[in-house]
Design a protein around this ligand. Sequence first.
Ligand SMILES: Nc1nc2c(ncn2[C@@H]2O[C@H](COP(=O)(O)OP(=O)(O)OP(=O)(O)O)[C@@H](O)[C@H]2O)c(=O)[nH]1
Ligand SMILES: [Mg+2]
Ligand SMILES: [Zn+2]
Length: 359
Amino acid sequence: MTPPEPTVPLRRIGWREPSLPPPPFPEAKLARVIVQHRNAFEVHDGTAVLWARTKSSARRKDREDAIRPSVGDWVWMSPAINEEWQIEALLPRRSQLRRVAAGETGREQIIAANIDTVLIVCGLDGDYNPRRIERYLAIVGESGATPVIVLTKADRAEDLAAKRAEVQQLAGAHAAVYAINAKDRDEVALLSGWMRPGDTLVLVGSSGAGKSTLTNTLLGTEKMRTGEVREHDSRGRHTTTWRALIELPGGACIIDTPGMREIKLTGEEAVEETSFADIEDLTGQCRFRDCAHGKEPGCAVRAAIEDGRIAAERYANYLKLKAERDAARARANDPAKRAAARVQQKALGARLVDKYGKR
Ligand SMILES: Nc1nc2c(ncn2[C@@H]2O[C@H](COP(=O)(O)OP(=O)(O)OP(=O)(O)O)[C@@H](O)[C@H]2O)c(=O)[nH]1
Ligand SMILES: [Mg+2]
Ligand SMILES: [Zn+2]
C-alpha cells in the first residue's frame, strides 16, 4: 500500500506543488496563514484552523516586513505550547502584493502572499475613480499576480457603457474588465475562469466597493459582514477589519481585505508598462528623443491629448505616479536604510542557525 500523499490535505487551501519541501527542523508543521489579527495569526494545516504567533523578536516594528508572515503565506511552525503554535520561518513567496501603508513614512506592508490573481474592485457609484484603478494596476504589476478589474454595482450605474469603455482603455491588454452586480450569482459566475482549484485570489479596493458582498456571493452564504455605504458620497464604513483567506466551493481560495484609504507605491513598479503602455508607446513617437512633452514641436503625447485619444487627467496621473515611484525608489535606495535591513535579515538567519543548526 502506498502511504497517503502528504500534500493532499493542504491542496484545499491552495498548495499546488507536487511535494512538500523538507521540514527545516524536527516536528515542523507546514500551514497557511488565513487570518492576520493584530498580535496573532489563524493558520490552516489542511485539516484544522490553529492559532499561531511569531517570536516576540520578529514582531518588532522596525523589522523589515518581508520576514513577517502575511495572509497567504506558507509557514513552518514549531509545536504548540498552550495550544498556540510558533511561526519559525516563511516559505519563499511566489508572489506578493505590497504597498506603502498610509500615514507612515515609507513602511511597506504585504497585503497578501502567494496569490495568482488580484481582483481590483471599484464601484460604479460614487466610488468610481479611474485614477485609483491606474494606481492599483501599477502596484499589481509588480506583485507577480494577474490583475483583473471588477466594476461592481453595475445594476445601479449611470453611464455604464462609458465608464466601462474608459476602464477598458486604461487596462489595455493588461487586465480583463468585468462590470457586474456583485449580489447576482449569474453575473459573479462570469469570474469563474479566474477561480480554478488551487488558485488564490485577493480582493482590493476602497471601503464599500463590494469586496465582501462579492465574497459572499461566491460562497453562497453571508459569511462576511457587509455594510451600507454613505448616501452622499458612496463611501463605506470600513466594515471588514482584517484580512481573511476563505475557501470557495469550487476549490479556489479568496482573500477578503479591509478597504484601503490610501495606497502608495513602493518604488519598484513599472508604472510605464502596467498602467500606461499606450502613453509610453506615444513617447517613442515624439520628434525629439529627449522630448519633455511640454512645448517641443512634433510631440506625439501632446497631440494625443489635444485630439482626445488620451485624457488629460490620465496623462497627469501618469506623471504623478512616475514621480511618486521615483521618490519611493530613492528612499529605498538610501544606503543607511538598506544596511539596517541587511543586519536584521542576518540576525534572523543567525538565530535560526543557533536554534536548529545549519542545513
Ligand atoms: N446594488 C448593489 N449593491 C452592492 C453591490 N456590491 C456591493 N453592494 C453594496 O455595497 C455596500 C458595501 O458592500 P461591502 O461588500 O460591505 O463592501 P466592502 O468592499 O467589503 O467594504 P469594506 O469591508 O468596508 O472594505 C453593501 O451595502 C452592499 O450591499 C452591487 O454590485 N450592487
Ligand atoms: Mg468588506
Ligand atoms: Zn513629446
